[in-house]
Design a protein around this ligand. Structure first.
Ligand SMILES: [Zn+2]
Length: 443
């Protein structure tokens, strides 16, 4: 084996030991691209590599950069700011294509794609007394602890989740009154359809709709899971039937064009991430909460809102999506209305602007949406041993063997100590994919 092959093996081992973040959760526009923390870059990575490498395995920066870019589909920082990969692919196809007929079809398809994206945002921009716009999205997971140590990049961490809800159009100013952030950590619960549905249900149930409001428009994140979509629609049907003010006549749900889903909550997240980047040490969830509090009304899981098992109840009540009266998967817009008897009907549309579908009920025979009474789920989970070990090691390196006597680290001391007593197991969804994961994965 040549000298360079040896170096390559070392770089490979090093890079593959990094802990990456999947591109923004469920965004399937670039499924194989993964991301490193935004405060890391190739130069820093090269430094870390050389620090740990044996003298004869050290490499020059340009060599490392070349190897890294050629072999790995890894980016840095916030994936949301990336250009739409569908658009990029079309542009490339149009540029390369030599057959005029084929070229024209690429041009047309790309145009349809961008027009769809434009109409999504046109709806989000609208503002009137009759319509209430609500958009929501998950911020990328924030790590606990956040330390300036290089080692923190390689350690497991506890994920802090922030689910942002903005009430108003994309032109509305962002204030604490119309921005809500639902926060929790993976110690409390995972980030799956039940948590998201419960947070939105909480917003709908506590927001004071005006008497002039007739239509609610919900703009969802890029979260594509069909399962999640149906649980969400089911929750909405239940709220519409049982809890909505009588002046609400219609609920419209918009799912964005993949790759074009930058929404009002992302502006809030961007501001929060700026503060996070400037902060060297973050050692407990309340530090994140304090940063968010300046920009939003914060609702803490288990304290300000509860999590309900919508998933189990909705699955029992609604027909499987394959038996709905329209094609569920391509539907980008769902319209919920009521018939004269007050029964909720659902219409699914593949386009934002053309109403082609029929409104019908989606419940199983003999089931009624108003009968759905989801159980409250317990907040508080057990953390896996390997995660505790990894975080303990990180804290030891940074604060010394006696880290537990450091008051600033009480958060970790307390959850590690109580983890043993905590005797109920993590209730992982049967379908692992259900957990909305921009959880760390290995490359
Ligand atoms: Zn695009």
């Amino acid at each position: 084996m040549g000298k360079n092959d040896d170096k390559k093996v070392c770089m490979k081992t090093f890079i593959e030991s990094l802990r990456c973040t999947e591109s923004h959760y469920c965004r399937s526009d670039s499924p194989h691209r993964v991301y490193l923390p935004c405060d890391l870059n190739i130069k820093k990575l090269w430094n870390v590599y050389n620090e740990q490498a044996e003298p004869d395995q050290k490499v020059k920066q340009c060599y490392f950069r070349k190897y890294f870019n050629r072999k790995y589909n890894v980016g840095f920082g916030t994936p949301q700011t990336d250009l739409c990969s569908t658009c990029l692919q079309y542009k490339e196809k149009i540029r390369r294509c030599t057959d005029p007929k084929e070229k024209q079809s690429f041009i047309t398809n790309h145009r349809v794609h961008t027009l769809q994206a434009k109409s999504f945002f046109a709806f989000l921009k609208q503002n009137s007394d009759e319509v209430v716009n609500i958009s929501f999205d998950c911020q990328k997971n924030l790590p606990l602890p956040k330390l300036p140590d290089q080692q923190a990049y390689f350690s497991m961490q506890i994920n802090f989740f922030n689910f942002g809800v903005v009430i108003g159009s994309s032109k509305s100013p962002l204030t604490k009154e119309n921005v809500r952030c639902y926060t929790w950590t993976e110690v409390e619960r995972p980030k799956s359809s039940n948590e998201i549905a419960s947070a939105i249900h909480h917003t709908l149930s506590t927001y004071e709709f005006k008497a002039t409001n007739k239509i609610i428009r919900l703009f969802c994140d890029g979260c594509g899971g069909q399962n999640k979509k149906s649980i969400f629609i089911g929750m909405l049907c239940n709220w519409f039937n049982s809890n909505a003010p009588p002046n609400i006549e219609e609920i419209q749900v918009f799912f964005p064009v993949v790759g074009h889903s930058f929404m009002p909550p992302d502006r809030v997240f961007g501001n929060i991430e700026k503060v996070v980047r400037r902060t060297a040490e973050i050692l407990e969830p309340s530090h994140y909460v304090n940063m968010i509090k300046d920009r939003a009304t914060v609702f803490k899981m288990g304290v300000d809102f509860q999590v309900f098992d919508w998933k189990t109840e909705i699955k029992k009540t609604l027909k499987p999506t394959t038996q709905w009266h329209f094609k569920f998967k391509p539907a980008k817009r769902f319209v919920l209305t009521k018939n004269k008897l007050g029964t909720v009907l659902v219409r699914g549309e593949a386009l934002y602007r053309s109403d082609l579908g029929q409104a019908k009920g989606i419940c199983r025979k003999g089931k009624r949406i108003e009968a759905v009474r989801p159980k409250t789920l317990q907040v508080g989970l057990r953390i896996k041993e390997d995660k505790i070990k990894s975080i303990s090691n990180l804290l030891k390196t940074h604060y010394g063997d006696e880290w537990k006597s450091n008051e600033a680290l009480d958060y970790f001391k307390n959850i590690f100590d109580s983890n043993v007593e905590n005797n109920f197991e993590r209730q992982v969804d049967a379908d692992e994919n259900e957990i909305i994961s921009d959880e760390e994965i290995n490359i």
